[in-house]
Design a protein around this ligand. Structure first.
Ligand code: AMP
Length: 302
């Protein structure tokens, strides 16, 4: 089933205790699309500037990523710079240069308007809603990511977009901030009243938790000996989650749980190397092997 993502395609400058890169391809939609393309075809809607070369676009080649919705505008591509703390649990944003993103108005090519699965990556909630308004029929599942910036600055617009969203995928701090409630289960109940029937809380090295129709499901973060760069973990998680759901075509509780595992698998690969480096070389068989490893990691008898 068709999967659409709208979000940033970016150049990132990254700094972690393991090293530094001055300029590497990134962006939420990029991580998402690469991760999801292991499962299904992905339609990408976003914008890049005239500094985005054929070489940059090469990462999408040979994958099931359709770039008909990737606009090219005059000017520079969105740029983000971030630095991680020594334990990698926190990061500071050093620069956000919107560039061509500042005037971005997402336009869905005709072929994308029937998308059954839609991921609205972290952008202005007004733009997220505009994407949904361009669909020709009701999508089967809309998932949304957001951040403190939008929760603080555009609360009314975010509330409006959430009314049309079935799955909210955010981190624990954002959950608490949005719900104005510290306890995550009580926060989930608040968020359900805003629209999304499913809440996926990403908790970094503590894994991820899903609250769906009152039941709770949790997956650990895959134990890794080396985490080099957490950038894109959340978007890769979302790509694995949505890619799996779209490829199976079902959104029942059992499938949502499997999607949580595939989300964790893709997130865990993304952090093993800098930027997109690990996803570039990843193979479908490695995904399946790690999903089985997750099963071994968590099974026990009572
Ligand atoms: P994540 O680590 O999953 O939160 O996503 C990191 C990616 O998000 C980076 O590659 C950035 O280019 C992108 N990013 C950072 N800030 C923003 C923003 N304000 N809007 C859109 N994308 C962003």
């Amino acid at each position: 089933m068709s999967l659409l993502v709208v979000g940033s395609v970016a150049f990132d400058a990254l700094e972690t205790p393991y090293g530094k890169v001055e300029r590497t391809l990134g962006g939420a939609a990029t991580y998402f699309a690469i991760a999801a393309s292991f499962f299904t075809r992905v339609h990408l809607v976003g914008v890049v500037g005239d500094d985005f070369s054929e070489e940059d676009a090469a990462i999408f080649r040979g994958r099931r990523v359709d770039l008909a919705g990737l606009e090219r505008a005059k000017g520079r591509t969105f740029f983000w710079a971030g630095r991680y703390t020594a334990d990698m649990n926190d990061r500071v944003t050093l620069a956000t240069e919107l560039n061509v993103f500042a005037t971005f108005n997402p336009k869905l090519p005709a072929a994308y308007r029937d998308s059954a699965y839609i991921f609205l990556a972290n952008i202005d909630p007004v733009l997220q809603l505009r994407v949904l308004q361009q669909t020709r029929r009701r999508p089967k599942l809309v998932a949304l990511d957001t951040m403190n910036y939008w929760i603080e600055r555009t609360p009314a617009e975010l509330r409006e977009t959430l009314k049309h969203t079935q799955v909210l995928m955010i981190n624990d701090a954002e959950t608490r901030q949005l719900a104005i409630e510290h306890n995550l289960l009580r926060a989930a109940a608040h968020i359900r009243r805003m629209g999304p029937r499913t809440l996926v809380i990403k908790r970094g090295e503590h894994g991820a938790m899903m609250v769906h129709n009152g039941s709770v499901f949790a997956v650990p973060a895959f134990p890794l000996e080396e985490v080099r760069d957490p950038t894109g973990a959340g978007d890769s998680f979302a790509g694995g989650f949505m890619g799996y759901l779209a490829s199976s075509g079902r959104t029942d509780a059992a499938n949502l749980r499997r999607a949580m595992v595939y989300g964790s698998v893709l997130g865990s690969f993304a952090v093993e190397r800098f930027g997109l480096d690990r996803l570039r070389t990843l193979k479908r068989a490695e995904i399946q092997a790690r999903a089985r490893h997750f099963w071994q990691l968590t099974r026990f008898r009572l």
